[in-house]
Design a protein around this ligand. Sequence first.
Ligand code: B12
Length: 493
Amino acid sequence: MADKHYDVLLVQPPLSNKLRYGRLSKHGPNSIPHGLADIAAFLEKKGINVGIYDGMALSHTVEEAILEIKKLKPSIIGVSFVTPAYGVVKDLISKLRKEMPSSLIVLGGAHPTVLPKETLQEFLDVDLLVLGEGEITFYEIVKAFQEKKPYNNIDGIAYHNINNEIEITNPRQIIKNLDDIPLPAWHFLPMHVYRPTTSRYRKLPSFSLLTSRGCPMNCAFCSQTIGRQLRLMSVGKVMEQIDILAKKYGVKELIFYDSSFTLNRRHAWEICEELIRSKRNKEFSWSCETRTDMVDLELLKLMRRAGCWSIHYGVESGSQRLLNKMNKKIKLEQIEEVFNMTKKVGIHTVAFFMLGIPTETREETLKTIELAKKLKPHFAQFTITVPFPGTPLFEMAKNNGTFRADDWNGYQTWAGWKGQELIYVPEGRTTKEMMQLQQYAMKSFIMQPRIILLHLANVIRYPVLLRRYLDAFFILLEIIVKNKLSNSKQKQL
Ligand code: B12
């Protein structure tokens, strides 16, 4: 990248895994920035000289990021911004502004989309915000910049006008046909560094891809920033993506990152049928995320035949009261039934749980940990709830417990692992208690003989996992020793 020059540079800020996951940094995902890869592809097809700098994947510091960006001499810099990156983006932008005073700096992504006014007030070095899907809006901004035209006719943006007032233009219409966006511009990315969370792969390289956009479900914890309407990519385009990932990048495993891969049963069915018909299912295996009310025995059997080795279900809680509060529209009995069904057809299961939902009691957290064992998944992930802005959960958290709602630097999904206070804890509970319960959940889940044997077998079969598993083992050991020490201290007192 060193001696290249780009007119437009898309930037994934250097929110490294160390910053995001603290002690667990080796286990968090280092993911392709899908949104930026789509925008870059769209701009490239329109003849724009565009590139991507992924400071997150490269684990750079802000200073290293500035050096890299300066070398590429872009006139327009577009930075992707999720709330947990607040501090990094702020630091990056203020330094960039000093180093590159005449470049146009644009922010896009979830945070500016849900909080445009606040973002403009707090990021004075920024010229424009892109709200929602970025392809068309950002292209129109680039054209207006190059042709020295005003921005006020562009939908889906926010900015300070000449009177220094905040202007928000009409909402941008969602992209109806996903096949209008060219294939992601993977050729701009450091593809060799991407890898999923430890529990999500058995073979490398393993890459993620999307087959849809939008989700009509109304789960209280999700901020739908790219539209609620589900739009599906054609099966042909999905296969085209897979073929490039296979031929050019040697993919051995794929992950469908759609929030619910089977939301449209027919679409999932057709993708599976095509994988089987074309014998692509013999070349790699894949996993996906979905809801327990979006699968059935027939579909699961087909998915298995099509190469699906693991399904990640968002279970969230062992309390029906809290599931209802999160508007999941799922019954606990249904979850159990689907976990059994999935395992029966030979697909691994992973269960995602949220601890510390507003109003959650200690008994309910323990119920969730019990459910994790009862479901007998191959792996369980326990995350402490972070109420992101723009979600109903954010409002619920304001009315229950301790919530530093305006402390945007504190929205870290693994804060406790970095020795930080949690951004939110339900009424009557503390960061210390929640952290102990999270560690207890992990320890008691992993220490089951069934899980130990299963993962030992996994390492023997897939040696690529060895280093990660060893690291996880030492973290677990540390938790056990620390807990023992603090228990004996408490007894002495
Ligand atoms: C798949 C997914 C992931 C994947 C892949 C993410 C990726 N890098 O592409 C993984 C599991 C790795 C992931 C990680 C994280 N995720 Co996530 N993820 C999603 C999910 C389910 C779908 C996203 C999607 O469809 N992407 C497809 C592309 C096309 O959309 P996009 O990335 O948003 O990009 C479009 C626009 O946002 C915009 N845009 C984005 N950046 C920019 C930059 C510029 C300059 C411009 C002009 C436009 C623009 O244009 C893009 C193309 O149209 C959403 C839920 C949702 N409802 O959107 C959550 C979501 C985006 N994730 C979220 C979060 C918090 C995270 C993490 C911080 C979690 C963590 N523990 O670290 C990390 C951050 C990593 C990162 N910086 O991307 C939150 C963000 C909320 C917020 N206020 O910040 C969401 C909204 C879920 C939620 N809780 O509500 N995520």
